[in-house]
Design a binder for this molecule. Structure first.
Ligand code: CA
Length: 449
């Protein structure tokens, strides 16, 4: 698939009216990740309490408590069913209600949080600093599917194992995926225990060993939560799939490469993947991303099957999202050093299948997607050094260790290492849209009974 490694030209910035200001002053700063134009959703409770989980909305450095707002009558302009969904302890009912309901909630929240609202005093009583919030997973995820949609990732990894044939022919025909395990999903800051399993200590070995993984890796991905979904046997058309995208998050598909290499023949990922997958707590709405919507990077191909082909009017199915990976080792923390940026990529350049195409493909056989299901984009990897979204690529399979600023080196992750993934949209004249952090620290493997 030549030509995909080059960056498509970005459209000129659009003229933009002056942004709405919020009475929450931290939302008005130029570098605020959560301005009034954003309003990402989460599920949280006050840290250190066993209070019931409730839905929150990010605004500046605060989280706005929707359950409290509902109890105070601040959401009375919304339909009763939508109000009940706002008072739930997860986002599933809101996702099920669809995009029109989400837009109605977004409009009501914008009114409550903008400067000059008559309800400022009661609304202010719904705020909690984000630093005092403990987050849950945003939704109860019934099923989790992880795709492989970056040509560069497929090429870089394939080159390590099949130098003569790095990208398998099905990559250009369909968005490849495997079924993940929903029980492995954890929210940011949850420690990640080094998995144990069987693997070959060296590629030429005929015998395997058992023990803690020696090739523990991260994968920088974006995730999508499914909205209403489909009935069994009814496919979702590619140009109708946007209605089933409830929102986006950052996702770390932790991967034990040694376990994965041995077990994946011939059926694909299993224990090398399903010990933990970390999500950022915030769900970024398609409405917030709308100013950053761009065409998908994949050239329109006449060879593409009709069910995967966007109509010309819906080819703007990707988003100009910058992804970033940071690593902080135990020694860096002890020396008071900040996490070091080790990779950055551009989603719209580096992911060549749209989420709409993933949804169309997922359901074309009649498979059911349900509200709160999660789809991962696959590792977001760019074409140049430093844009690779995992250590397997960054270190060329461990042959070219990373040297960090403090002199430490890494091939794969060591106990105590912390990976911080984030993503954002930013352009002059447009509101900055931050995705929040997806953070996880490796802790030693559990002792076996
Ligand atoms: Ca993955």
């Amino acid at each position: 698939m030549p030509g995909l490694s080059t960056s498509p030209p970005l459209p000129a910035p659009r003229a933009c009216a002056a942004p709405l200001r919020s009475w929450v002053q931290s939302a008005n700063r130029d570098d605020a990740d959560f301005p009034l134009a954003h309003l990402p959703l989460c599920v949280f409770r006050p840290a250190g309490t066993d209070a019931i989980a409730r839905i929150g909305v990010g605004i500046g450095q605060e989280v706005f408590d929707l359950r409290r707002a509902w109890r105070l009558g601040l959401l009375d302009t919304l339909a009763p069913e939508l109000r009940r969904a706002c008072a739930a302890p997860s986002l599933n009912a809101l996702f099920a209600a669809g995009r029109a309901a989400s837009r109605a909630l977004r409009a009501a929240l914008t009114t409550l949080l903008q400067e000059g609202t008559p309800d400022q005093e009661r609304s202010a009583s719904c705020l909690l600093p984000q630093s005092q919030a403990a987050f849950d997973l945003p939704a109860q995820v019934g099923d989790y599917t992880d795709f492989l949609a970056s040509y560069n990732h497929a090429h870089n990894v394939g080159s390590l194992y099949r130098p003569d044939n790095p990208v398998l022919p099905n990559f250009s025909s369909l968005p490849v995926a495997y079924h993940g395990r929903a029980s492995s999903l954890v929210v940011t800051d949850e420690p990640v225990c080094r998995p144990q399993g069987q693997f070959r200590a060296a590629p030429q070995d005929t015998a395997t060993v058992f023990g803690p993984s020696r090739k523990l890796d991260f994968e920088m991905e974006l995730g999508v939560f499914v909205g209403p979904g489909n009935a069994r046997g009814h496919a979702i058309a590619v140009d109708e799939a946007d209605a089933h995208i409830a929102g986006f998050c950052v996702l770390n598909d932790w991967s034990a490469r040694d376990l994965q290499e041995w077990e994946s023949q011939p059926l694909g990922p299993f224990l090398g993947k399903n010990f933990a997958t970390t999500l950022s707590p915030w769900v970024v709405s398609p409405e917030a991303l709308e100013p950053y919507r761009v065409e998908i990077a994949r050239p329109a191909s006449p060879l593409l099957k009709d069910y995967l082909r966007h109509a010309p009017s819906s080819r703007r199915a990707s988003f100009e999202i910058v992804t970033e990976v940071r690593l902080c080792t135990q020694r860096m923390r002890a020396q008071g050093q900040a996490a070091q940026l080790i990779a950055t990529a551009l989603f719209s350049r580096d992911i060549v299948w749209s989420f709409a195409q993933m949804i169309a493909h997922h359901t074309v056989n009649g498979c059911t997607l349900r509200p709160g299901d999660l789809l991962g984009s696959g590792t977001v990897s760019g074409p140049t050094p430093g844009s690779e979204g995992c250590l397997l690529e960054l270190t060329r399979g461990g042959r070219a260790p990373l040297t960090l600023a403090n002199g430490e080196t890494r091939t794969y992750l060591q106990d105590g290492d912390e990976i911080v993934l984030t993503a954002f949209c930013a352009r002059p004249g447009l509101p900055r849209i931050g995705f929040g952090e997806c953070r996880g620290r490796i802790v030693p493997a559990l002792a076996r009974d």
